[in-house]
Each structure stands twice: as C-alpha cells, then as structure tokens.
Design a protein around this ligand. Structure first.
Ligand code: GLA
Length: 403
C-alpha cells in the first residue's frame, strides 16, 4: 500500500469543506490493512492572521482553521492496544494503554501516546483502537500540523469509546499532551483553533477565558495566502521554550504580582532600568495583544487596509523585539508587500522558519503568490511552496464519504 494514492493531484483546488486528503482512498487503505470498516475524523491545521506569542500570556489571537488538516481513520479494538499507521511517516507503531505511559520518545508516536493518556486521565478509560493517519498540513511549517493531529486523534479516540467532551476541554487536554509527552510548552491557540474553527470565519480567541468569537472572512472578499519559506522548525529545540521563559522573566521583572503580560500596560514596559532583552520580549507581547484587538475590530468593519497595516507592525515586532523571524521570512514579507492588491503580510506561527501569511484581494492572490515565488527563487535559489486557503470548520467526523 502506498501513501501516494492519497495525495491529491497537483493543482487540485483546496476543498472549501475540508482537507484535500482523499477520504475515500484512506477508507480503502484502512480496509485493506485492517480488514474492517473505519470511521473517519478530521481536524484542521491553522494559520494565524495576527496575535503571535501572545496566547501563553493570556492574550488575544486571531487565527483561522485552514482547509487542510489531518484525517484519522479509526476502528475500536477489543483489547487496550492502540495501533497507528502514519501514511506520512510511512510507519506503523503501537502502544498498550494497559502498560505504563512512555513520554518524549522524540517521534510522532509521542502525540498519540500523549493524547490517549491525557484523555484517560481527564475524561476516562478508552477502548483500544486501530488508527490510520494522513494529513496535508506541511510539517514544521508553523501551521499546526501537530495540533491538527492531536485534535483529530482525540476526537477519534473519544468517539470510539462513546465519550464526549466540549471543544475547549478537548483543546486543553491536547495542549497538556504536547507539554508532557512532546515537551513543547505551547499555548492554547493551535489546539483550540483545530477544535473550534468556523468555516468562512477567523476566530478571535481570548486566551484567558478561552472565549472564541468568529469574525466573517468571506473568501470572495479577502484571500489568505500562505507561503512556506522551506525552513522547517522544531519548536521544542528552536527556542520557543526560551522565548516563553524570557517573556515570563520579563513579567516577573515588571509586575511579579500580576498573572500575565496581558495585565501590563505599554508604558510599564518602557520604564528605566529594565534589562533590554526582557524589555524587547515584553514590548512585543504587550503591543501585540493590543494590535490583535485592534485588528479584530478592523476585520469586523472589513477595513482591510487597517488590518494589513497591523499585520506589518506585527511582523516588525516579531523580527526586532521577539527575534523569532528569519532572513527567508523577512524576504517573503518584503516581496509580498511590494505587490499590488496586498493588504498586509507577516510571519505566522512560532517562527524560526515556517511560513508567512498574506492578506490580499482575491483577484490578485494568484499573481501575488507567483511574484513572491519568483522573488524568493531569485534570492535563495529555490522555489517556496504556497497556497491560498479558505477558513474551515474545526474537528468533526467525516460522514457520508464515498468508498
Ligand atoms: C506555536 C504554539 C502556539 C503559539 C504560537 C505563537 O504555534 O503552539 O501556542 O504560541 O506558536 O503564536
């Protein structure tokens, strides 16, 4: 059996309803391998429009769930084993829920182990399962392939065991899986977007209350272009945890009695005597939270010029104050901003590689993608991958698929 059967033909338009993964082919592959009929569950990757490195300071973020994601084909087992075939990794692994948990093996099985174990602690005993996984979110690109895998797995495992939890709870448990079993101290944005995304909308998330407010983003009025710099990041090793620790130190230096940088005012960051590095980290977080609120208001009134200007400010802040951009990301942003029909552009996700997100007029989006590709190739000697994404729904069971 080959993973190739599941990859959509090149140039296939992204489906507005879900990922480009061929669900019918996945179903057939599962039947061939395990001789049983699976159920299919899906969770999207995300692209963050603005609000970067703010979620773990109780701030605001404004992502959308993409029309790319991870699909899990799943059938229950009578024992407590969880057997998983990843078509993307090209390997099958298994674990036994009856045995002690193993954390941080340093491979994709950590996500499976983490989600299953956290669900057992937080929700209750699970049945064993046979699982087959396939996704079309580029890995290490800052588009939350991991959260999409976690939330799809969680949805599948809960459903096979006849259990239900709310979307926020599911997101929290998947986040805990990533902290404990993978070792990245991520915020809540990725998992909550994968769980609670809304088709045709961006999601303003208050990361303190976890309240999500959908804001319309009609595809015929604004195009979201994602360009991958081709530099893969590894969040756990690439400084994400360092940035989190630095900004937490900044909070302790500025206002130790307050719960998070969300509770700090811009003027307080600028006080004399603060360590310059901590000051830069805090400045980014505090101003980015404010930018995100303003960007959400601009999007509500569909003022894309104002929105785009805030995206550009966000990028500069991530580059200069938070220091998580790269020369490749900066070049992609500059190239996009030089194109007609572009409202704004910035790096997206944790940084240290990965993608940029560009908001453009729908009629201009393809030309912008092609121009950015050419400019990048001229400078770095290779072509970046890019696509235009719609905004999709969060995790769900795929029902009524053919095959
Ligand atoms: C990663 C983390 C998120 C968030 C972003 C930066 O994607 O998983 O929680 O912190 O980086 O905004």
């Amino acid at each position: 059996m080959s993973a190739r059967v599941l990859i959509p033909p090149s140039g296939a338009p992204p489906s507005p309803a879900g990922p480009t993964v061929d669900a019918a082919a996945l179903r057939r592959a599962f039947r061939d391998r395990y001789g049983r009929e699976p159920r299919l569950f899906q969770a999207p990757g995300r692209v963050n429009l603005i609000g970067e490195h703010t979620d773990y300071h109780d701030g605001f973020v404004l992502p959308l769930a993409m029309d790319r994601g991870t699909v899990v084909a799943a059938a229950p087992r009578e024992d407590r084993r969880v057997r998983v075939l990843s078509l993307d990794a090209g390997e099958e692994r298994d674990l036994d829920l009856g045995q002690p948990a193993v954390a941080r093996r340093g491979e994709w099985l950590d996500y499976v182990e983490g989600v299953a174990r956290e669900l057992e602690v937080g929700v209750g005993r699970l049945r064993g399962a046979d699982l087959m996984v396939h996704g079309d979110v580029p890995v290490g690109a800052g588009l939350s392939s991991s959260a999409s895998l976690e939330v799809a797995l969680g949805t599948a495992l809960l459903s096979l065991s006849g259990r239900r939890v709310g979307r926020r709870r599911l997101a929290r448990l998947c986040q805990a899986a990533e902290h404990r079993y993978v070792g990245t101290r991520c915020g809540i944005m990725d998992q909550l977007t994968a769980a609670a995304g809304r088709a045709g909308h961006a999601l303003l998330i208050d990361c303190r209350s976890l309240r999500t407010t959908p804001i319309p983003l009609p595809a015929d009025r604004a195009a979201v272009l994602v360009v991958h710099s081709g530099v893969r990041h590894r969040l756990a090793s690439s400084g994400y945890n360092d940035r989190r620790a630095e900004s937490e130190s900044a909070l302790r230096a500025i206002a130790p009695e307050r719960p998070a940088l969300r509770d700090v005012r811009p003027a307080e960051v600028e006080r004399e005597g603060l360590d310059p590095l901590l000051q830069r980290r805090a400045r980014h977080v505090v101003l980015e939270i404010d930018r995100t609120r303003r960007a959400a208001r601009a999007l509500r009134r569909f003022d894309l010029d104002a929105f785009g200007a805030l995206m550009v400010e966000s990028h500069r802040s991530l580059r200069d104050d938070y220091e998580v951009s790269t020369p490749e990301l900066d070049a992609l942003v500059e190239a996009a901003l030089g194109q007609p029909g572009v409202y704004g552009s910035r790096m997206t996700g944790g940084g240290f590689g990965g993608c940029t997100v560009t908001m453009a007029r729908p009629s201009a989006a393809q030309a912008v993608g092609a121009a950015v590709e050419a400019a990048f190739e001229a400078r770095f000697g290779r072509r970046p991958m890019w696509f235009v994404t719609g905004a999709a729904d969060g995790a769900r069971e795929l029902v009524g698929q053919t095959g």
